[in-house]
Design a protein around this ligand. Structure first.
Ligand code: SF4
Ligand code: SF4
Length: 359
């Protein structure tokens, strides 16, 4: 096939893909990787995030992900909006859809299969990664000019915002000769300056001060309410407000996300758009279903690897923060009978905050 014929086919494939943004890079790690890995190593990370340090060297070496990698396709997919059925509850945008590790990977594997039909050597393999291998995804995306990492630590795509998921296809085929044919969406390089220095909106609106100065994961609600197993520090629990799972406040505060929701509501891509079961789980159900039943209800959601007791803990905190006294009976039951001591302690804490409302 001639160069132009191949280019045309690749452009068609990329244009028809369900990804809003597509770029290609060679197999060398981005030059900024070292800097970010050094920052990870020197940061004081909570124990649950120690894997970031353990896998730091693997992140530098694409051969560890796929031997003989010659090129990497980087894609971004907009996260559609699905709200929780209870307006008194907020969930992070990624939690409103079914587990993207599965649906995004399926979409990328379908793209890989179509790409394999075009590659000159059919024996060359590829590997799709969706937040599932040691990769500095944001840095990789930044290196191919998909966006810039903002003060809120999110990859911001100019004109599109930050509510995107990233994935990569590592290829043994060297596609770099056709780099320009793998260009879809986003703003072509060079990217406009984002002006975080003159903004600071995310740092001002962060409820815990986690973005004052740099980023302090030890103060970040999204870490505490989705990763930490145990009782939350009272200051974090109070600051959680009505956030049942995760926290998007620093993204909501960002001017780059203004006016983005209408486009997100229109985002369509088969099962990637499916509303997760978490959206339809009421607070009553979270408090009263058995942990086994909850696990079953959450099996297709992004919470499928989290212990269901974390969601019950968060529900107790949200109810206490929003002073919803009608849930006192199930929370009292948890305070006496929950399997985990830390869940009993959280339920007791919630009761102590609800009782003054009654008196
Ligand atoms: S996710 Fe929430 S707590 Fe964490 S930095 Fe952003 S606004 Fe602050
Ligand atoms: S809110 Fe402002 S400072 Fe924060 S990431 Fe967005 S543009 Fe940058």
């Amino acid at each position: 096939m001639s160069d132009s014929g191949m280019g045309q086919r690749l452009r068609r494939l990329v244009a028809r893909s369900c990804f809003e943004v597509v770029r290609l890079r060679d197999a060398s790690a981005p030059s900024t990787y070292g800097y970010y890995l050094d920052r990870v190593r020197s940061a004081s990370l909570p124990e649950r995030l120690s894997y970031l340090v353990e896998h730091a060297d693997a992140r530098r070496n694409f051969e560890a992900i796929l031997p003989k990698t010659r090129s990497v396709v980087v894609v971004a997919k907009r996260i559609p909006v699905h709200s929780h059925c209870d307006p008194s509850v907020r969930i992070a945008r990624f939690a409103g859809i079914n587990d993207y590790h599965l649906s995004f990977k399926r979409a990328l594997n379908a793209f890989a299969e179509a790409l394999a039909l075009l590659q000159p050597n059919s024996a060359e393999a590829s590997r799709a990664c969706t937040d599932s291998a040691p990769i500095l995804e944001r840095e990789l995306a930044r290196s191919v000019h998909i966006g810039i990492v903002g003060h809120n630590q999110q990859l911001i795509i100019p004109g599109e915002g930050s509510h995107y998921l990233l994935a990569e296809l590592f290829c043994q085929t060297d596609w770099t000769h056709y780099r320009q044919d793998f260009a879809k969406g986003g703003v072509p390089a060079p990217l406009p300056a984002l002006g975080c220095a003159r903004c600071g909106s995310c740092a001002r609106q962060c409820p815990t001060g986690a973005l004052t100065g740099g980023y302090d994961v030890g103060k970040c609600i999204a870490y505490w309410n989705t990763q930490h197993v145990g009782v939350l520090p009272p200051a974090i629990a109070v600051a959680m407000g009505n956030r049942l799972w995760g926290c998007d406040t620093c993204q909501d505060a960002c001017p780059h996300n203004r006016g983005e929701h209408a486009a997100a509501a229109l985002s369509q891509c088969g099962d990637f758009c499916e509303r997760s079961a978490l959206c339809d789980l009421t607070l009553t159900e979270i408090l009263t279903l058995s942990q086994r039943q909850l696990r079953k209800r959450l099996q297709l959601t992004c919470l499928n690897h989290a212990h269901p007791a974390l969601l019950i803990r968060n529900a107790c905190i949200v109810i206490a923060n929003t002073r919803q006294t009608r849930y006192i009976a199930p929370i009292a039951s948890l305070a006496s009978h929950a399997r985990q001591p830390w869940l009993r302690e959280t339920a007791s804490w919630a009761l102590s905050r609800l009782h003054p409302v009654l008196s």
